[in-house]
Write a protein that binds this ligand. Structure first.
Ligand code: DGT
Ligand code: CA
Ligand code: CA
Length: 574
């Protein structure tokens, strides 16, 4: 039974959570967290890499002990260490960590001092104001916890795109190897590259429907069969994700793919357009009366209502149909358009690979340039660079640039934007860099005005080039901070700086609608990996997906520029 990267990462993270709650050795905890992150961010399935002969100990920060545990998880889906820990700390206690604002120390206090083991118990204690008796829990914290519990209750579990995509790819490969299958493709929100995914929708064409359904429900990751009909079936996989399968004949493939790709709002708008043309459009085809006039391809469906093909990422009924009618659809950016990456870390701070390894990996992807942008000193947890270490790194970069052909490392920094909007390193140092990326890593809860002013002040700084992960949200765990994004975008235009679309699976930040806003305001976006290892460049595909959802074309993206043109844009400011 294949165990996916996200499953391995979840086990390692849970071990780290429990050790954290127990107040164990921080180095040991960090080792597990690092391992979880490294595995969780791999663009390729770990099981496959191992099969191809990769040594687990070759992964950054993974020694023999961790490698053995990962191997155990890969083989059994389980881990003896975790089972043992579960006897000491019940899983419901660990789940308290999912609530924003509750770290291990607070959870430990809640558990030890108030015997709170579940979210429900926590809710009751907060309402009775028993939390504020605990050291470190003011009335403000109590209020925030109550709000978090309420927000949490309404949220149904959705999967991050990068995670859902890995489950989908393995299943598609399995189905394509099933006898009689002509084609198997993923539809639904995964095809539209939505940042989170509720369930997988899979479409298969075949002449032997029965065999395909039997093969589908026999997939070894299936935990539960919810329904099994003649042309459709729904199952739940071990990961908890639900999969809807539709089996169609090749002549209605296009109509079915269009229908199941959605979004629902887009479908409804297209169907209404069809009615104006006297056509009936459903998942079987496009019909005039009883005659089928289109439906073997998606292009034919769009053509029947007088439209060009609309890329899946745009199908949200957010103006794409009107744009298509007027020939105004954007030509969307593609992964291959990227000439480089402007946000990456190395082992000097919290990355896992050396400068040289990162440079060679970027070169192997065909990149012309890679900006090295370590954290700055204020971010002590990431061992951020002070001026001395940064200048030393600049020397190393100069040496590597002299040595390596066909790849240029740019000297950068991901400098902390401090609470008052000033930057964490002196101007004399920033002046020596090729680019300055600025980011917020603290004081997330400032008022809208203060937070916006803080960012504006930073962007007005003469050396500031690029605002990293502008909204600050973490998918499923941290809300965006409260800022006036339009004002930020207009500041970028006024000051000649740029915004990042961070492709990290947890971030996907800028949001799609904000990309659209930036495009309308004429502000270029950098699609960056925020790579912490050589494998993280694989995540750029999700950043590009998000950029496409935001209507961005090649010319709207900063890092589709050749190096020479890029340098001009980065220097423009000073
Ligand atoms: P998700 O699963 O919540 O991430 O989002 P989707 O878009 O994958 O939604 P899902 O799985 O419920 O349905 C897949 C597609 O099927 C959806 O994008 C459009 C189509 N669909 C589902 N229900 C309806 C419906 O009632 N009317 C129409 N026109 N299309 C529908
Ligand atoms: Ca779906
Ligand atoms: Ca579905």
């Amino acid at each position: 039974m294949p165990v996916h990267n996200a499953d391995v990462a979840a086990v390692l993270n849970e071990i780290a959570d429990i050790l954290d709650i127990q107040g164990e050795n921080p180095f040991r905890i960090r080792a597990y967290r690092n391992a979880a992150r490294v595995v969780g961010e791999l663009g390729k399935e770990l099981g496959e890499l191992v099969k191809e002969g990769m040594e687990l100990t070759g992964l950054p920060g993974i020694g023999r002990d961790l490698a053995a545990k990962i191997q155990e998880i890969l083989e059994t889906g389980n881990c003896a260490t975790l089972n043992k820990l579960h006897k000491q700390v019940p899983p419901s206690v660990t789940q308290l960590l999912n609530l924003p604002g509750l770290g291990p120390r607070r959870v430990r206090a809640l558990w030890h001092d108030l015997d709170i083991q579940t979210v429900e118990q926590l809710n009751r204690a907060a309402r009775d104001h028993r939390l504020s008796e605990l050291p470190g829990f003011g009335p403000k914290t109590e209020q925030r916890i109550l709000e978090a519990i309420t927000a949490h209750a309404g949220a149904t579990a959705r999967f991050k795109l990068a995670v859902a995509d890995q489950y989908a790819r393995t299943l598609i490969r399995y189905l394509r190897n099933t006898r009689g299958v002509k084609d198997a493709v993923v539809a639904g929100s995964v095809r539209r590259m939505s940042e989170t995914v509720g369930d997988l929708d899979i479409l298969v064409t075949t002449d032997d429907t029965t065999a395909v359904i039997a093969s589908f429900v026999g997939y070894d990751e299936v935990r539960e069969i919810l329904s099994k009909g003649k042309t459709r079936s729904t199952v739940i996989l071990n990961s908890g994700i639900q999969v809807d399968l539709r089996v169609v004949t090749p002549d209605s493939f296009g109509a079915a793919l269009h229908y199941f790709t959605g979004s629902k709002a887009h479908n409804i708008a297209i169907r209404r357009l069809g009615q104006k043309h006297g056509l009936k459009i459903n998942e079987y085809g496009v019909f005039r009366g009883n005659t089928k006039v289109a439906g073997d391809t998606e292009e034919s469906v769009y053509r029947s209502v007088g439209l060009p093909f609309i890329p899946p990422e745009l199908r949200e009924d957010r103006g794409e149909i009107e744009a298509a009618e007027h020939g105004l659809l954007p030509k969307l950016v593609e992964l291959g358009d990227l000439k480089g990456d402007l946000h990456a870390h190395t082992r000097a701070t919290d990355g896992h690979n050396s400068l040289r390894e990162m440079a060679l990996a970027a070169k192997a992807r065909g990149f012309e340039y890679l900006a090295i942008t370590e954290h700055s000193r204020h971010l002590t947890v990431a061992r951020g660079l002070d001026p001395t270490r940064l200048l030393r790194q600049c020397d190393e970069i100069n040496n590597l640039n002299a040595e390596l052909p066909n790849i240029t490392l740019l000297k950068g920094i991901e400098v902390d934007i401090l609470g008052d909007g000033s930057l964490d390193l002196p101007d004399s140092i920033l002046a020596q860099l090729d680019l300055v990326v600025g980011a917020v890593h603290s004081q997330f809860h400032l008022s809208r005005t203060r937070q916006t002013d803080r960012l504006i002040k930073a962007m007005e700084h003469p050396y500031f080039n690029l605002l990293a992960h502008p909204s600050g949200r973490l998918l499923g765990s941290r809300e965006p901070y409260d800022i006036d994004m339009l004002k930020i975008i207009r500041t970028a235009r006024r000051c000649g700086c740029f915004l990042e679309l961070n492709a990290h699976p947890e971030r996907l930040d800028l949001l799609d609608t904000q990309c659209q806003m930036a495009r309308e305001e004429g502000v270029l976006i950098a699609v960056n990996s925020d790579a912490h290892s050589v494998h993280d460049f694989d995540n750029l595909v999700y950043g590009v997906g998000q950029a496409r959802r935001g209507w961005l074309g090649k010319t709207d993206i900063l890092n589709t520029r050749r190096l020479k043109a890029l340098r001009v844009l980065l220097k423009h400011k000073v």
